[in-house]
Write a protein that binds this ligand. Structure first.
Ligand code: HEC
Ligand code: HEC
Length: 361
């Protein structure tokens, strides 16, 4: 790693760089869990007293070095960008967010962060890398903090080790079990899981192996999570691309409900799933996909007359944005699901082969 990346590594795990003195980047993006959230709850607590709940699940942050800036094509399809709603364009831009977000690391100001670096054990190294007088301008020093964090995520092998069983199989160093192989078929087949349509299992041009995301956006109709405090306000909806967190696409109501496709590498290590952390186990997340419409009552609230309030995490007028045309969610109530129970088991077994650390890279 470069000297800047090594500094980024120290900054990434430095709990002093928070208003509470107890939270670092690694607190919410745990290196032992594929840099995903270690919390059993859907959202993390942050703030000066560690009592302010966030709005979204802290995502797994591996393999993002292959992601690019946000773009919106003429046909309305979005790609790239960072955060669940793609509102920033690079890892360095992203890194400034949590340090100052009052629900996360909650430092009072740019200057506050820089003063903590001045007294950090790695302060001398910081000057060596970024210049003797780097601390004389807080804005520039803060920018270097963000750069160092980005360099760390771009250079450290752990953030993109491609060391899963899936990779070993592709390199001829291991073999799938019969069940995993069936799972891969269900994952890829357009008439079955069709997962690869958004989570490609083939190598893109810019990476050494498959990323299991194309960094595109889609509206899946994930059920509303009532455990999220902001959702106690019935009029509040987190709608991803169209806001309210992201602010520059609020007029594009056709984008409401769309969130970024996460990589499925290391997905078996995750404790929570989807942008609102609605599900707490992988099998349930997969089952949601295939039974969302065939057995909607399993997932959405039902009134005494049997009416199911489908896609209840979007205002009624925007529920038409939810993707109902692509497999596996191109079915209607009572139809057979795209995958049966044992096929779901196969698929989950396959997803288990995407965990890094199967072999030493
Ligand atoms: C209190 C928990 C918390 C802390 C601390 C935290 N994050 Fe995050 N992180 C989140 C949440 C929540 C999101 C998603 C927010 C959103 O989409 O609006 C996120 C998103 C990200 C993303 C974007 C992922 C993607 O797919 O685009 C990156 C990268 C990231 N964080 C890196 C960091 C770095 C670097 C630090 C330290 C400077 C950090 N995080 C500190 C909770 C946290
Ligand atoms: C049309 C695109 C599309 C298809 C097809 C698709 N996904 Fe996804 N997937 C997404 C998007 C978008 C998200 C994030 C949605 C959100 O959080 O609201 C996601 C999220 C997930 C997550 C949660 C990961 C995390 O870190 O929270 C899992 C697990 C998942 N998908 C598995 C699958 C499986 C298994 C299939 C096939 C049965 C599949 N996906 C098919 C677009 C797709």
């Amino acid at each position: 790693m470069s000297a800047a990346a090594l500094l980024g590594q120290e900054i990434f795990k430095d709990i002093r760089l928070s208003g509470s003195g107890r939270v670092s980047c690694a607190t919410c993006h745990d290196p032992d869990l594929g840099h995903a959230s270690p919390f059993d709850t859907p959202v993390a607590l942050g703030g000066v007293n560690l009592d302010l709940p966030g709005l979204r699940l802290p995502p797994a942050i591996r393999y993002l070095r292959y992601n690019g800036a946000f773009s919106l094509a003429a046909d309305g399809s979005a790609r790239g960008g960072f955060f669940w709603d793609g509102r920033v364009n690079s890892l360095s831009e992203q890194a400034g967010g949590p340090l100052l977000n009052d629900h996360e690391m909650a430092n009072a100001s740019v200057n506050d962060v820089v003063q903590k670096i001045v007294t950090a054990p790695y302060a001398a190294k910081f000057k060596e890398v970024f210049g003797e007088d780097i601390f004389s301008n807080a804005a520039v020093a803060f920018d270097r903090v963000r750069q160092a964090l980005a360099r760390y995520q771009q250079e450290d092998i752990d953030f993109a080790s491609f060391s899963s069983k899936f990779d070993a199989v592709n390199a001829g160093r291991a073999a799938f079990t019969a069940q995993e192989l069936r799972g891969l078929a269900w994952f890829s087949r357009a008439d079955k899981g069709n997962c690869a349509a958004c989570h490609p299992s083939t190598r893109p041009d810019n990476a050494p192996a498959a990323l299991f995301t194309d960094f595109s956006y889609d509206s899946l109709g994930v059920p509303r999570n009532n455990a999220i405090v902001r959702n106690t306000d019935a009029a509040f909806f987190d709608m991803g691309l169209c806001g309210p967190v992201r602010t520059n696409l609020s007029a594009r109501t056709e984008l409401c409900g769309a969130f970024k496709v996460p990589s499925l590498r290391n997905v078996a290590l995750r404790k929570r799933f989807f942008h609102n952390g609605q599900f707490d186990n992988l099998r349930q997340a997969v089952r949601f996909y295939v039974t969302r419409d065939t057995q909607a009552q399993l997932w959405f609230p039902q009134d005494p007359l049997g009416n199911v309030d489908v896609y209840n995490d979007l205002p009624s007028l925007l529920r038409g944005n939810v993707n109902v045309t692509e497999a596996p969610y191109n079915r209607t109530r009572g139809q057979t699901a795209a995958l049966n129970d044992s096929e779901i088991d196969d698929l989950v077994a396959f997803l288990g082969t995407l965990t890094d650390g199967f072999f030493a890279p």
